[in-house]
Design a protein around this ligand. Sequence first.
Ligand code: HEC
Ligand code: HEC
Length: 312
Amino acid sequence: MNKELKIFGVVAIFTLVLYWGVEPFAHSQMHKHVEGDNFAYSEFKASGKKGDAVNGKALVTGAAACTGCHGIKAINAPAPMDASMAGASYGVNPPDLSTAGALYDARFLAQLIKNPAHALKVEHKFDPAKGKMHPMTQFYGAGGDIDQEIADIVAFLKSIAPKEMSNKEAFENACGRCHANRYGKMSQLGETPKFKYKKDELKHQVAILEYQDKLKAYMGKLPPDLSIIIRARSEHFLETFIENPQSQLPGTSMPAVGLSHEGFEKVMAYLSETGDPSKPARGELGPLVLIFFIVFSGLAFLWKKEKWKGHH
Ligand code: HEC
Ligand code: HEC
């Protein structure tokens, strides 16, 4: 065998060992593998009760006091406070509940209503025994069968959930109270409007900074801007982290928000739109490039045949 071939063989073997052996091993050591639950929330037991949306509405706007903190645009219930005041009161602005029935998993919602800190996996931060209450009060029941009442509330939330929800709405409702997305022109106070006067723009910026101060105090740190997170983290990381932040960052104050699978896909689509806006265009270009190569190879082959004709 000649020398070049031997050298090539050695290089090839080393490359393959690095590629299939060393790199995956190092990766597995640096990032522990986390199995997701595919947004099934199998840890939360379903009560099996069939909910009554009409009674659910009466509870949400009455005894369960949900509208005492949350707005519900879908039934024309305004938020009791604007985002700035709510941020000052609770540390974070309670989201509008119009989309909750589609955005969140039903079993998760039932658990959230019964015990918010448990469902959100932030019991390390909120411990009633130490007088540290979660800002969302738990529902103690309205005097009847509490599991039935909770099923009614969830049925109501499902009944008002829109059939279609934009990716941006999903992000705004599930993540927007904590995370900004500069590329999507979103702050924690919602979409940044166009201002005619500089002083109004500055006022808005001050309001954002003030909200962020309260949020920082509540969360321990300012949640990062998510404009380009899709480039910084793998899809698997984002999926398992969003499903259960504790699985990737033990002790973190980010709650497990309880997205349904559909809700997760919409949020990811939004992050992809802002972080990688040219992705759809690239996707369309791919097949064209392949067609070009196939046609070009065919032409090159014909050309070669033509040139070598009669030379053998
Ligand atoms: C005392 C005020 C208060 C009441 C009453 C209240 N909530 Fe909340 N809720 C909050 C706050 C504050 C948050 C945001 C907490 C956070 O992000 O850490 C929240 C968050 C939520 C979320 C989003 C949680 C997630 O998965 O990210 C849902 C859904 C919700 N509440 C539903 C309800 C329902 C349904 C009721 C009535 C049964 C209710 N809330 C009653 C204050 C309240
Ligand atoms: C109640 C506030 C809150 C909500 C709601 C929330 N987050 Fe977070 N998030 C945080 C905080 C705080 C951090 C910083 C965590 C840390 O460093 O411990 C964080 C961090 C992150 C990170 C960075 C993780 C990393 O290490 O790279 C991602 C990604 C993320 N959040 C995605 C989301 C998405 C997507 C949603 C909506 C589905 C969401 N978050 C909802 C508070 C929140």
